[in-house]
Design a protein around this ligand. Structure first.
Ligand code: GRF
Length: 223
Protein backbone atom coordinates (compact mmCIF):
# COMPACT_ATOMS: atom_id res chain seq x y z
CA UNK A 1 0.00 0.00 0.00
CA UNK A 2 1.12 3.54 -0.53
CA UNK A 3 1.19 6.09 2.25
CA UNK A 4 1.48 4.67 5.77
CA UNK A 5 2.04 1.16 4.48
CA UNK A 6 4.99 2.06 2.24
CA UNK A 7 5.25 1.74 -1.53
CA UNK A 8 4.15 -1.24 -3.65
CA UNK A 9 0.87 -2.86 -4.54
CA UNK A 10 -1.51 -3.44 -1.65
CA UNK A 11 -2.13 -7.09 -0.84
CA UNK A 12 -5.87 -7.78 -0.98
CA UNK A 13 -7.93 -10.68 0.33
CA UNK A 14 -11.54 -11.10 -0.79
CA UNK A 15 -14.20 -12.78 1.34
CA UNK A 16 -17.04 -14.48 -0.49
CA UNK A 17 -19.94 -16.83 0.22
CA UNK A 18 -21.32 -17.56 -3.23
CA UNK A 19 -21.20 -16.66 -6.91
CA UNK A 20 -18.30 -14.25 -6.70
CA UNK A 21 -19.03 -11.99 -9.66
CA UNK A 22 -17.72 -8.93 -7.78
CA UNK A 23 -14.67 -10.95 -6.78
CA UNK A 24 -14.12 -11.76 -10.48
CA UNK A 25 -14.40 -8.06 -11.34
CA UNK A 26 -11.75 -7.22 -8.73
CA UNK A 27 -9.44 -9.99 -9.99
CA UNK A 28 -9.84 -8.72 -13.55
CA UNK A 29 -9.18 -5.10 -12.57
CA UNK A 30 -6.09 -6.03 -10.58
CA UNK A 31 -4.57 -7.59 -13.72
CA UNK A 32 -4.28 -4.16 -15.32
CA UNK A 33 -0.88 -2.58 -15.33
CA UNK A 34 -0.62 0.20 -12.79
CA UNK A 35 -3.52 -1.02 -10.65
CA UNK A 36 -2.39 -0.36 -7.07
CA UNK A 37 -3.59 -3.68 -5.59
CA UNK A 38 -2.97 -7.37 -6.09
CA UNK A 39 -5.41 -10.10 -5.09
CA UNK A 40 -3.52 -12.57 -2.94
CA UNK A 41 -6.26 -14.70 -1.37
CA UNK A 42 -9.94 -15.59 -1.70
CA UNK A 43 -11.64 -16.92 1.42
CA UNK A 44 -15.10 -18.44 1.50
CA UNK A 45 -17.11 -19.46 4.53
CA UNK A 46 -18.95 -21.93 2.29
CA UNK A 47 -16.92 -24.83 0.88
CA UNK A 48 -19.14 -25.07 -2.21
CA UNK A 49 -19.16 -21.37 -3.15
CA UNK A 50 -19.05 -21.13 -6.94
CA UNK A 51 -16.60 -18.23 -6.66
CA UNK A 52 -13.89 -20.55 -5.32
CA UNK A 53 -13.67 -22.38 -8.65
CA UNK A 54 -13.52 -19.05 -10.52
CA UNK A 55 -10.66 -17.91 -8.29
CA UNK A 56 -8.78 -21.17 -8.73
CA UNK A 57 -9.15 -20.91 -12.50
CA UNK A 58 -7.52 -17.48 -12.21
CA UNK A 59 -4.60 -19.02 -10.33
CA UNK A 60 -5.38 -17.24 -7.07
CA UNK A 61 -4.94 -18.94 -3.72
CA UNK A 62 -8.20 -19.93 -2.08
CA UNK A 63 -9.21 -21.06 1.39
CA UNK A 64 -12.39 -22.15 3.09
CA UNK A 65 -12.98 -21.07 6.66
CA UNK A 66 -16.32 -22.75 7.31
CA UNK A 67 -18.21 -20.92 10.02
CA UNK A 68 -20.13 -24.09 10.88
CA UNK A 69 -16.90 -25.78 11.91
CA UNK A 70 -16.42 -23.39 14.83
CA UNK A 71 -18.06 -23.39 18.22
CA UNK A 72 -18.99 -19.71 18.01
CA UNK A 73 -18.63 -16.51 16.00
CA UNK A 74 -15.58 -15.45 17.93
CA UNK A 75 -13.66 -18.65 17.13
CA UNK A 76 -14.69 -18.35 13.45
CA UNK A 77 -13.51 -14.76 13.23
CA UNK A 78 -10.23 -15.56 14.96
CA UNK A 79 -9.55 -18.28 12.38
CA UNK A 80 -10.50 -15.89 9.57
CA UNK A 81 -8.25 -13.18 10.94
CA UNK A 82 -5.37 -15.62 11.25
CA UNK A 83 -5.77 -16.70 7.62
CA UNK A 84 -5.82 -13.06 6.45
CA UNK A 85 -2.69 -12.25 8.44
CA UNK A 86 -0.96 -15.36 7.14
CA UNK A 87 -1.59 -13.99 3.62
CA UNK A 88 -0.21 -10.61 4.80
CA UNK A 89 -3.37 -8.89 3.57
CA UNK A 90 -3.35 -5.09 3.73
CA UNK A 91 -6.97 -4.72 2.62
CA UNK A 92 -9.98 -7.03 2.91
CA UNK A 93 -12.86 -6.79 0.42
CA UNK A 94 -16.23 -8.30 1.27
CA UNK A 95 -17.89 -9.50 -1.91
CA UNK A 96 -21.20 -11.19 -1.19
CA UNK A 97 -19.86 -12.43 2.15
CA UNK A 98 -22.97 -13.50 4.03
CA UNK A 99 -21.70 -13.46 7.62
CA UNK A 100 -22.10 -10.43 9.84
CA UNK A 101 -18.69 -9.53 11.28
CA UNK A 102 -18.55 -8.52 14.94
CA UNK A 103 -17.06 -5.24 16.22
CA UNK A 104 -13.72 -6.76 17.38
CA UNK A 105 -13.01 -8.11 13.87
CA UNK A 106 -14.21 -4.95 12.13
CA UNK A 107 -12.17 -2.74 14.44
CA UNK A 108 -9.01 -4.75 13.79
CA UNK A 109 -9.38 -3.96 10.09
CA UNK A 110 -10.73 -0.42 10.33
CA UNK A 111 -10.02 1.64 7.22
CA UNK A 112 -8.86 -1.50 5.41
CA UNK A 113 -12.15 -3.40 5.22
CA UNK A 114 -14.55 -2.51 2.39
CA UNK A 115 -17.85 -3.84 1.02
CA UNK A 116 -20.10 -3.52 -1.99
CA UNK A 117 -23.81 -3.15 -1.30
CA UNK A 118 -26.64 -3.30 -3.88
CA UNK A 119 -28.39 -0.03 -3.05
CA UNK A 120 -27.72 3.67 -2.83
CA UNK A 121 -26.89 3.76 0.87
CA UNK A 122 -28.09 4.92 3.31
CA UNK A 123 -31.30 3.73 1.60
CA UNK A 124 -32.03 0.01 1.81
CA UNK A 125 -29.48 -1.40 4.19
CA UNK A 126 -29.74 -5.17 4.60
CA UNK A 127 -31.26 -7.70 2.22
CA UNK A 128 -33.74 -7.69 -0.71
CA UNK A 129 -32.73 -4.20 -1.73
CA UNK A 130 -34.09 -4.39 -5.29
CA UNK A 131 -37.51 -5.68 -4.23
CA UNK A 132 -37.75 -2.96 -1.59
CA UNK A 133 -36.73 -0.24 -4.03
CA UNK A 134 -39.37 -1.45 -6.50
CA UNK A 135 -42.02 -1.61 -3.80
CA UNK A 136 -41.27 1.99 -2.85
CA UNK A 137 -41.46 3.15 -6.47
CA UNK A 138 -38.11 4.94 -6.46
CA UNK A 139 -36.94 6.22 -9.84
CA UNK A 140 -33.22 5.93 -9.08
CA UNK A 141 -31.49 2.94 -7.48
CA UNK A 142 -27.90 1.75 -7.49
CA UNK A 143 -24.96 0.44 -5.53
CA UNK A 144 -22.45 1.64 -2.96
CA UNK A 145 -18.89 0.73 -2.07
CA UNK A 146 -18.18 1.66 1.54
CA UNK A 147 -15.81 1.18 4.42
CA UNK A 148 -17.13 -1.39 6.87
CA UNK A 149 -18.00 -0.26 10.40
CA UNK A 150 -19.60 -2.35 13.13
CA UNK A 151 -23.13 -1.16 12.24
CA UNK A 152 -24.40 -3.14 9.25
CA UNK A 153 -24.21 -1.29 5.89
CA UNK A 154 -23.63 2.00 7.70
CA UNK A 155 -19.97 2.69 6.86
CA UNK A 156 -18.57 5.79 5.16
CA UNK A 157 -19.26 5.81 1.44
CA UNK A 158 -16.35 5.54 -1.00
CA UNK A 159 -18.18 5.41 -4.35
CA UNK A 160 -21.67 4.94 -5.76
CA UNK A 161 -23.36 4.34 -9.10
CA UNK A 162 -26.99 5.05 -9.91
CA UNK A 163 -29.28 3.37 -12.40
CA UNK A 164 -32.74 4.49 -13.41
CA UNK A 165 -35.64 2.22 -12.54
CA UNK A 166 -37.49 1.37 -15.74
CA UNK A 167 -41.20 0.81 -16.28
CA UNK A 168 -41.77 -2.93 -16.15
CA UNK A 169 -38.64 -3.59 -14.10
CA UNK A 170 -38.72 -6.58 -11.79
CA UNK A 171 -36.28 -7.69 -9.14
CA UNK A 172 -34.05 -9.64 -11.55
CA UNK A 173 -33.93 -7.02 -14.31
CA UNK A 174 -33.18 -4.17 -11.92
CA UNK A 175 -30.72 -6.35 -9.99
CA UNK A 176 -28.75 -7.24 -13.09
CA UNK A 177 -28.37 -3.58 -14.12
CA UNK A 178 -27.23 -2.70 -10.60
CA UNK A 179 -24.81 -5.65 -10.59
CA UNK A 180 -23.21 -4.41 -13.83
CA UNK A 181 -22.50 -1.13 -12.00
CA UNK A 182 -21.17 -2.95 -8.94
CA UNK A 183 -18.56 -4.51 -11.21
CA UNK A 184 -17.40 -0.99 -12.15
CA UNK A 185 -17.75 0.72 -8.78
CA UNK A 186 -16.02 -1.91 -6.65
CA UNK A 187 -12.75 -2.06 -8.61
CA UNK A 188 -12.78 1.74 -8.66
CA UNK A 189 -13.27 1.93 -4.89
CA UNK A 190 -10.49 -0.60 -4.26
CA UNK A 191 -8.21 1.44 -6.49
CA UNK A 192 -8.95 4.57 -4.47
CA UNK A 193 -8.38 2.84 -1.13
CA UNK A 194 -5.26 0.94 -2.21
CA UNK A 195 -3.67 4.07 -3.66
CA UNK A 196 -4.48 6.09 -0.55
CA UNK A 197 -6.77 8.44 -2.51
CA UNK A 198 -9.74 7.41 -0.33
CA UNK A 199 -9.14 7.22 3.41
CA UNK A 200 -11.26 6.66 6.47
CA UNK A 201 -10.70 9.67 8.70
CA UNK A 202 -12.78 10.69 11.69
CA UNK A 203 -15.65 8.45 10.64
CA UNK A 204 -15.83 9.82 7.09
CA UNK A 205 -14.38 8.80 3.75
CA UNK A 206 -12.00 11.53 2.66
CA UNK A 207 -11.08 11.70 -1.03
CA UNK A 208 -7.83 13.31 -2.16
CA UNK A 209 -8.15 16.56 -4.04
CA UNK A 210 -8.96 16.01 -7.69
CA UNK A 211 -10.91 12.79 -7.14
CA UNK A 212 -14.60 13.37 -7.70
CA UNK A 213 -14.75 14.83 -11.17
CA UNK A 214 -17.25 17.37 -12.49
CA UNK A 215 -20.71 17.93 -11.08
CA UNK A 216 -23.24 15.69 -12.79
CA UNK A 217 -26.99 15.26 -12.36
CA UNK A 218 -29.09 12.22 -13.14
CA UNK A 219 -32.69 13.13 -13.91
CA UNK A 220 -35.30 10.38 -14.23
CA UNK A 221 -37.41 10.64 -16.31
CA UNK A 222 -35.14 12.74 -18.51
CA UNK A 223 -36.37 16.20 -19.42
C1 GRF B 1 -23.88 -8.43 -4.73
O1 GRF B 1 -25.13 -7.94 -5.14
C2 GRF B 1 -23.31 -7.55 -3.65
O2 GRF B 1 -23.68 -6.21 -3.79
C3 GRF B 1 -23.93 -8.13 -2.41
O3 GRF B 1 -23.96 -9.51 -2.62
C4 GRF B 1 -24.02 -9.77 -4.02
C5 GRF B 1 -22.86 -10.67 -4.31
O4 GRF B 1 -22.82 -11.08 -5.64
N1 GRF B 1 -23.18 -7.73 -1.25
P1 GRF B 1 -21.50 -11.75 -6.22
O5 GRF B 1 -21.23 -12.98 -5.34
O6 GRF B 1 -20.41 -10.75 -6.14
O7 GRF B 1 -21.84 -12.15 -7.61
Amino acid sequence: MTGAQGPGRARVAILISGRGSNMAALIEAARAEGYPAQIVLIVSNEADAAGLATAEASGIETATVAHRAFADRDAFERALDERLREARADIVCLAGFMRVLTPPFVERWTGRLINIHPSLLPAYRGLHTHARALADGVRIHGCTAHFVVPELDAGPIIAQAAVSVLAGDHEASLGSRVLAQEHIVYPMALRLVASGAARLEGGRCVLSGGVGGPERALLVPPP
